[in-house]
Design a protein around this ligand. Structure first.
Ligand code: ADP
Ligand code: ADP
Ligand code: MG
Length: 594
C-alpha cells in the first residue's frame, strides 16, 4: 500500500512546469495517476501509483512524499486531511485516572489527535467508509468514543494556540472580568496560585505569552470535566511556572479523571505523566500513535530511538549526552569577563555580579520571566549600555540570537549566505546544518516557515557567524524534544571547535543541564527588580533553583537524564535532608525503589 502526500503550501503548478505529471511512468502508459486538480495542486492516485519516486525527485519544491506502508496500517487510519493530505494512524489511549503524556516531533499529528479526542474534529477514517467504534475494537478508546458521542464525557481543553484575532471581543475582556465571571471558586484559587490576580484590569490582548498561557490553563483546569486535554502547557512559561502548572495538572486529574498532555519539555512531561505515548512518523506526511508505555520506559525508548512493542526505529542512533559539564572543573582561557552591572528600565532594575566565561564552555541563564535575563544578555552583547559598570566587548566578535524572531522576506539559502565561510566547513555542515535539518528548508521563504523552523534557522545563523562570544536567547522555543537536544548539542560542539564561549537563556532544564558548564541564577521579583548572581557550576546553580521550588531530582541510571523525584519519596526526603537537591548519579537499585 502506498501513501502519497502533497504539501499544498509548497506545490506551485503555475511555475514548475508540472514534472510530476509529465514524468510519471504510469501516466505515460495511459493510466491517470498524477494530475493537477482544480485548485492547481498536484494529486496522486495511491491505488495506481507504483512508488517509483520520480515525481518526488522531480518536484522542485519538495512538495511530494510517497511512502510504502504495510497493508494493515490501512485498518488503523483515523483521519486524513483531504485527498493526498496528512494521514493520522491510531490515537493515543486515554487511561482513566491517569495522565498520559504525548511526545513527538512537530507536525507528527499530536494536536490533531487531541482535537479528535476532544470531539472537535470528526475523524473521517480516510473516507473509506468504516466506523470509528470498529476501528478501536478491543481498546479503551472504543468506550471513550461511545461515551463521547452520547454526551456522557465532559471534556475540558487547553488549546496549543492561545490568541484569538486581535479584534475578537474576548481579547478585549480584562483578566478580572474573565475570573469573576465564573462562579467557580476553583478558578479564583488557581488564579491566585498562578499569580494572575495582580493583572486585574489588564485586557487579554495585552497579556504576555506566559500570562495568557497561565490564564488559559487556569480556565481549562477549573472546569469540572472527566477528561482534560492539554496541548503544550509550558510554552512561554518559566521554569517555576512550568513546575507549578505540572503540579496543578496532576492535582486536577487525580481522583478518577483522565488527562492527556502534549509537552516538549521532557522533564515536565516526565513529572506530570503516568504513561507516555510517542506520536511518530514523518512530519507533515503521516503520524502514528504508539501504545502507552510507563513514563520512564516510554521516554527512555524515545531517547534510544526504538519502540520495542511496535518494533519501530524512530531515528538512527540514540540521544545520549546528558553527562556534559555538570560539576566538572572548567579549564582553558578566559574569553570574556564583566564586572558588577546596574541597569534601570522604566520601573525595573537589574543588578548583576561580575563573572567570566572560558573557551569551549557554555553558561546558562536561569530565572523567572521578567527578571532581567534578556536585559543582561543584551548588555553582554553590547547592544544595551548599562547605567553602572561596563562590559569590555571592544575587539570581541559577538553573535546574538534574539528571543523574538522576525522573519525576513527572503529565501533561506539567501539568509544563510551571510555565513558562507562556515557553510564550507564540514563540522558546520554536519553538526549544525544537517543536524538541524536546515538543508531541507533551503528553498523556502523565511516568511513561510513555522515557529520551530524559523527558530532553527536563527540558531544556525547565530552559530555560523565567526565570533568569540555566542548569546542565544530562548533557543528552545517552538522546538520539539529532539530539536531541542540537537540545538543543545550543536551549541556545545561549535563552542568546543571554535574555542569560543556561549550563553543560553532558556526554561528547558534538560536543555540547560545537558548543554552548560556554568549557570547564572537570577533572583528578585518579576517586573520590579532582578539580580544576576555570579556564574557557578551548573550543579550548584540547579541546586539553588530546585531548593527554591522545593523539588528534588535524580538521574535516570540508563540514560542519565534528570528526573523529578516524587514528593515524599525516600529519595526526595534523603536529598532534601542532605541539601543535594540535584543528585548526579543514581544506582539502578535506588531507581527501582522510587
Ligand atoms: P503536531 O501537533 O504534532 O505538531 P498537527 O497535528 O498540528 O501536528 O499537524 C500534523 C500535520 O497535519 C501538519 O504537519 C499538517 O501537515 C497537517 N494539518 C494540520 N492541520 C491541518 C488542516 N487544518 N488542514 C490540512 N492539513 C493540516
Ligand atoms: P526576562 O528576559 O527575564 O523575561 P527582561 O530582561 O526581558 O526579562 O525584562 C525585565 C523587565 O524589564 C520586565 O519587567 C520588562 O517589562 C522590563 N523592560 C524590559 N525592557 C524595557 C524597556 N525598554 N523599558 C521599560 N521596561 C523594560
Ligand atoms: Mg501541536
Amino acid at each position: 500500500m502506498r501513501l502519497a502526500v502533497v504539501d499544498d503550501q509548497l506545490c506551485n503548478s503555475k511555475i514548475c512546469g508540472i514534472p510530476c505529471v509529465t514524468f510519471c511512468p504510469v501516466n505515460r502508459i495511459g493510466t491517470k495517476t498524477v494530475w493537477i486538480a482544480e485548485n492547481g495542486k498536484s494529486r496522486i492516485n495511491e491505488q495506481t501509483c507504483i512508488g517509483c519516486g520520480i515525481c518526488v525527485h522531480k518536484c522542485p519544491f519538495s512538495a511530494i512524499s510517497i511512502i510504502n506502508v504495510a497493508d494493515y496500517w490501512g485498518k488503523r487510519l483515523v483521519h486524513r486531511y483531504g485527498e493526498n493530505g496528512f494521514a493520522l494512524y491510531g490515537l493515543p489511549e486515554v487511561k482513566r485516572g491517569f495522565v498520559t503524556g504525548i511526545i513527538g516531533r512537530n507536525g507528527a499529528g499530536k494536536s490533531t489527535s487531541l482535537k479528535i479526542l476532544a470531539g472537535e474534529l470528526q475523524p473521517n477514517l480516510g473516507n473509506n467508509g468504516g466506523n470509528l467504534l470498529d476501528l478501536f475494537k478491543g481498546s479503551e478508546l472504543r468506550q471513550y468514543f461511545s461515551d463521547l458521542s452520547s454526551g456522557r464525557l465532559k471534556i475540558s481543553v487547553k488549546p496549543q494556540i492561545l490568541t484569538l484575532g486581535e479584534d475578537d471581543p474576548y481579547m478585549q475582556k480584562t483578566v478580572n472580568q474573565v475570573i469573576s465571571s465564573s462562579r467557580d471558586d476553583r478558578l479564583k484559587s488557581l488564579a491566585k496560585e498562578f499569580r494572575l490576580e495582580s493583572l486585574g484590569e489588564r485586557k487579554l490582548g495585552q497579556l504576555s505569552g506566559g500570562e495568557l498561557q497561565l490564564l488559559t490553563l487556569a480556565l481549562a483546569l477549573s472546569k469540572e470535566a472527566d477528561v482534560y486535554l492539554i496541548d503544550e502547557p509550558s510554552s512561554y512559561l518559566d521554569v517555576f511556572q512550568r513546575m507549578e502548572a505540572a503540579k496543578k495538572i496532576r492535582e486536577t486529574v487525580a481522583g478518577g479523571r483522565s488527562g492527556v498532555v502534549i509537552e516538549h519539555d521532557l522533564i515536565v512531561l516526565d513529572y506530570l505523566s503516568d504513561y507516555v505515548s510517542v506520536v511518530y512518523g514523518s512530519p507533515g506526511v503521516f503520524g502514528m500513535a504508539s501504545r502507552s508505555y510507563g513514563t520512564r520506559n516510554g521516554i527512555n525508548n524515545f531517547l534510544r530511538g526504538f519502540l520495542p512493542d511496535e518494533n519501530t526505529r524512530l531515528r538512527e542512533g540514540a540521544i545520549d549526552f546528558f553527562d556534559v559539564g555538570m560539576g566538572k572543573e572548567e579549564v582553558g582561557r578566559v574569553v570574556f569577563s564583566w564586572g558588577r552591572l546596574k541597569k534601570r528600565l522604566g520601573d525595573f532594575e537589574l543588578t548583576s555580579d561580575g563573572g567570566e566565561a572560558k573557551e569551549g564552555s557554555v553558561t546558562a541563564l536561569l530565572g523567572r520571566n521578567g527578571i532581567g535575563k534578556t536585559t543582561l544578555i543584551k548588555i553582554l552583547a553590547g547592544i544595551v549600555e548599562p547605567d553602572e559598570g561596563a562590559v569590555p566587548t571592544a575587539g570581541l566578535r559577538i553573535s546574538y540570537k534574539p528571543q523574538m524572531l522576525r522573519p525576513v522576506d527572503m529565501v533561506v539559502s539567501d539568509v544563510m549566505d551571510a555565513v558562507k565561510d562556515s557553510l564550507s566547513k564540514d563540522y558546520y555542515k554536519t553538526e549544525v546544518i544537517e543536524a538541524l535539518g536546515i538543508d531541507k528548508l533551503w528553498n523556502r521563504n523565511a516568511k513561510s516557515l513555522s515557529g520551530g523552523e524559523l527558530q532553527k534557522v536563527a540558531v544556525a545563523l547565530c552559530l555560523g557567524r565567526d565570533a568569540e562570544v555566542y548569546l542565544l536567547d530562548e533557543p528552545s522555543a517552538f522546538l520539539d524534544v529532539e530539536e531541542r537536544l540537537r540545538v543543545g548539542k550543536a551549541i556545545r560542539r561549535v563552542m568546543a571547535i571554535r574555542r569560543s564561549t556561549g550563553f543560553i537563556v532558556d526554561h528547558d532544564l534538560l536543555l540547560l543541564t545537558s548543554t552548560s558548564d556554568s549557570m547564572i541564577v537570577f533572583e528578585g521579583e518579576s517586573g520590579r527588580s532582578g539580580h544576576a548572581r555570579k556564574p557557578v557550576k551548573v550543579l550548584d546553580g540547579v541546586n539553588q533553583f530546585l531548593k527554591e521550588v522545593g523539588i528534588t531530582m535524580r538521574r535516570d541510571p540508563e540514560t542519565g537524564r534528570p528526573r523529578v523525584n516524587k514528593e515524599g519519596s525516600i529519595l526526595d526526603r534523603q536529598q532534601k535532608e542532605s541539601g543535594a537537591y540535584f543528585m548526579t548519579s543514581v544506582s539502578a537499585e535506588v531507581e527501582g525503589q522510587s
